[in-house]
Design a protein around this ligand. Sequence first.
Ligand code: ZN
Length: 151
Amino acid sequence: MTYFKDLTPYGYLARDEPLAPKPLNVGWLSSQMPFEKGDTSQEFKDKLLKFCSDEFIVLIARGFHICEFCDLSSEQWFEEQKDKDGKKAHWASIGDGEIRVRGKLAVYAAPALIHHYVAQHQYRPPDEFIEAVLTGEPESKEQRELLRKYS
Ligand SMILES: [Zn+2]
């Protein structure tokens, strides 16, 4: 998967990105690059998984992304992951599509696999993203308006 440093301007599917200014990258990890590790609360993980539910995923189209830290073949990855996070989080489980989270300072763009990185590999996203997830609400009017721009 493509690596981007946390909090740099989004550029992955830049052509398909409707927001201006561009959202900020979070969680585009690579096994080639070190990343921030640390504990995050269960509350954060649960809320993050909600943001990663199928109904809130944008820009799906690229097959799936195998986690570079799990060391599995594509077949193993797919078999192990497909419904791992529940039936409503298919894309988050296999790693396809992206999420958008509105924070106080910016909108954040993360791969759907970010929940897996946090839950399985102790990735600790920047504080401002954690705060945006904890204070945000995927069902809110603001969030729905934001996501509508991607349809
Ligand atoms: Zn993994």
